[in-house]
Design a protein around this ligand. Structure first.
Ligand SMILES: [Zn+2]
Length: 291
């Protein structure tokens, strides 16, 4: 599943193709993704200029000249392909083989700058929705999301306040979209390893009784920001490198220190990385380094 750094890399890859360009033509190969597309989807997009392409958690938000915002989510297997002058390919390499199959091309945007942006999604958990900008704050998909992990407002004080009094595990707290938006299982595991905190530790232990942050909260926020920034930088470098060849994006997998490394040596202490199941999802950690 594409995680926040992949979505951010996709956003940066789509920017030159979409920003300040108009939708010249919108082609729908089918009208149902995760949910049905609005009946007037093509009509509301065609002729509109994309004034900016932003991101909130794992949603891409294209601001249109009409006052609408186009929300796009990659779901489990969604990817975008950009073709311009018959060359560039853009997509997540882990879905590269699937994304090549044109029968899963569901939405095609022909932009006024000559770029063709194709949304491919074999499993169709992805989604697109049009929301008037004035109603974005009440949008059900976005309104309950907690702070953006790379945003300035997300700091140790805010995280400690959200975790104070919580009897759940740190893993569960960080996986809760209301505590911090869009972190995802992989980056929760990686951040806890970097902060040397056990995923089983009670969430409330990163706060003092008053709700003020302790040194664990500071280490955890630093680790969350660092792990996401590193992943985005890795995606960004592959974006540059691959533009000239096949244009594929985002080889983040090899950067993981603990995720999906059960039984392998811990990069820090050489002990064995352990896998446990929390809330139905696998957690990978080093019981020796993470307390
Ligand atoms: Zn270790």
């Amino acid at each position: 599943m594409p995680e926040l750094p992949e979505v951010e890399t996709v956003r940066r890859g789509l920017q030159p193709a979409m920003e300040r360009a108009r939708f010249a033509k919108v082609e729908l190969r089918r009208r149902d993704l995760r949910w049905p597309l609005p009946k007037d989807f093509e009509k509301r997009l065609t002729g509109q200029t994309v004034e900016g392409l932003g991101r909130r958690a794992k949603y891409l938000l294209a601001d249109l000249s009409s006052g609408d915002v186009l929300l796009m989510h990659l779901g489990m297997s969604g990817s975008f392909r950009v073709r311009r002058n018959g060359e560039t390919f853009l997509g997540d390499p882990r879905y590269f083989e699937m994304a090549k199959d044109e029968k899963h091309d569901h939405v095609v945007f022909r932009m006024s700058n000559g770029a063709t942006v194709t949304f491919n999604d074999p499993r169709r958990f992805g989604s697109m929705k049009l929301v008037p900008r004035a109603k974005l704050e009440q949008e059900p998909l976005l309104r309950d999301l907690g702070p953006e992990p790379l945003g300035n407002e997300f700091d140790a004080a805010l995280l400690a306040k959200a975790c104070a009094g919580k009897k759940t595990s740190l893993k569960a707290a960080l996986s809760d979209q209301r505590v911090v938006a869009g972190l995802g299982n992989i980056y929760v595991c990686e951040a806890l390893f970097r902060a040397r905190l056990s995923p089983k530790r009670q969430a409330s232990t990163i706060a003092e009784r008053t709700g003020a942050p302790n040194e664990r909260a500071v280490a955890l926020v630093d680790a969350i920001k660092a792990v996401l920034k590193d992943a985005i930088a890795a995606g960004g470098s592959s974006l540059r490198d691959h533009r000239r060849t096949d244009g594929a994006l985002g080889y983040f997998q090899h950067n993981f220190l603990v995720y999906d490394r059960e039984g392998e040596p811990c990069p820090n202490c050489k002990g064995k990385i352990k896998r446990i199941v929390q809330g139905g999802r696998s957690t990978f950690y080093c019981p020796n380094c993470q307390k």
